[in-house]
Write a protein that binds this ligand. Structure first.
Ligand SMILES: [Zn+2]
Length: 66
């Protein structure tokens, strides 16, 4: 699984675990999804992963959500 840091300095955004804004490490991960075993098709979706520097909680957001 490839992981690429796009913001090594971190960005400040809301952390649901901390309940306040905290600096986050943000990276983009391509995660493979398989909804169904019958459907042997894999969809690879880019996710934006933000990890809170204060508590370590990660928030994954699918990039191509409408
Ligand atoms: Zn946090």
């Amino acid at each position: 699984m490839a992981s690429k840091n796009i913001q090594s300095d971190g960005i400040v955004e809301q952390c649901p675990d901390c309940g306040r804004e905290q600096p986050h490490e943000v990276s983009i991960d391509i995660l493979t999804e398989s909804d169904d075993d019958q459907n042997a098709e894999f969809s690879r979706e880019p996710y934006r992963v933000a990890e809170c520097r204060a508590c370590g909680a990660t928030t994954k957001t699918r990039m191509n959500n409408a």
